[in-house]
Design a protein around this ligand. Structure first.
Ligand code: SF4
Length: 333
């Protein structure tokens, strides 16, 4: 489950993560029996998917403590529904202090021990080295994609399809796909937007933005840029994994102070030529909602208009959502 987790640690334990963000096409009905009505689609639909057998292939379900909704999911699964898969939790600190670092290092050690119990494999030094080498290469490939975006000759939809393939491909497969993207000017015409939020679903959103005469100059998405981690080279694998997770870009689910988010967004928007911010959030996403009023106020003061849209995850985009985005783009033109 989203958003931040230690990929190299899983690999060293010979486990391959497949991320579940919804999925959008699944109905809420079955999952909604287990949560309050104001729970987001990512949690409710994932529960429906699980209950319908969609995750039967998995040995374990890792539920990081990203927000109250995911913590609730971890509790419902672990304490009440008890699926066949082992339910694992990971408590992520909300700060960047030394104590947060120490806590996360111990938390990762605890998770690692649980994985030994689950899989019967105790990673050797060689396993750790191989896992970090592969996952660091994939993290670097993702960072490089963002750095080179203006010189990659694919549409925003195709670009984000590759970015999001990190959610299910192996590190090697991801590096290969990222490296195969054609060089050349990005086909960007019209008004540049920064898109913020958790996940941009469905991918058709990017086609629609293009048809409105705009393009995505950059993102502040949990499924995208917020997972461009800094690399770390400590010998201790838990220290190294903790460093990676605690150097992620500004992110409301990690407790980034609002002023840091405002400053970071302003700087990136200026550098990328984005004229406005589209905050595109799944309905009922509390960590995102807490920040919206102050983000809007400060970015407006800095000359950046902000549109906040909440959506229900599905295979299609409602006309009302498209009309609001189109009107926003018109005001920026
Ligand atoms: S959409 Fe928001 S509330 Fe839902 S799981 Fe993601 S961070 Fe949590």
């Amino acid at each position: 489950m989203p958003i931040h987790y230690p990929r190299a640690l899983l690999r060293a334990h010979r486990l391959h993560p497949i991320e579940v963000w919804g999925p959008p096409h699944v109905e809420r009905h079955e999952g909604s029996r287990h949560f309050q009505v104001y729970t987001c689609d990512i949690v409710v639909k994932a529960m429906s998917f699980l209950r319908s057998g969609g995750l039967d292939v998995a040995r374990a379900i890792l539920v990081p403590h990203t927000c109250d909704a995911l913590q609730g999911m971890g509790s419902v699964l672990g304490d009440f529904l008890r699926p066949d898969q082992r339910v694992l939790t990971l408590y992520l600190p909300r700060g960047r202090r030394t104590s947060d670092h120490d806590f996360l290092r111990r938390e990762l050690g605890r998770l690692s021990q649980t994985l030994v119990d689950l899989n019967g494999h105790h990673p050797s030094d060689r396993d750790w080295a191989e896992a970090f080498e592969a996952e660091d290469a994939a993290d670097a490939a993702l960072a490089d994609l963002y750095r080179r975006r203006a010189k990659i000759a694919v549409s925003d939809r195709d670009f984000y399809a590759i970015v999001r393939s990190r959610e299910y491909l192996t590190a090697e497969q991801f590096c290969e796909q990222a490296g195969a993207l054609p060089e050349g000017d990005a086909p960007h015409l019209g008004v540049g937007l920064m898109i913020s939020g958790i996940v941009a679903e469905p991918l058709e959103l990017f086609d629609q933005i293009e048809a409105m005469g705009a393009y995505v100059a950059g993102d502040d998405l949990a499924c995208g840029f917020r997972r461009v981690y800094s690399l770390s080279a400590e010998n201790d694998p838990f220290e190294r994994s903790a460093n990676r997770l605690l150097t992620s870009p500004a992110d409301p689910t990690c407790g980034t102070p609002i002023q840091v988010r405002v400053d970071t967004l302003q700087t990136r928007m200026r550098a990328m030529g984005a004229r406005g911010l589209l905050i595109y959030d799944p309905k009922f996403c509390e960590p995102e909602l807490f920040d919206v009023p102050l983000l809007r106020k400060h970015l407006n003061e800095a000359g950046f208009p902000v549109l906040h849209v909440e959506f229900e995850m599905g295979d299609t985009l409602p006309h009302q959502t498209l009309s609001r985005i189109e009107a926003f783009v018109e005001t920026l033109s």
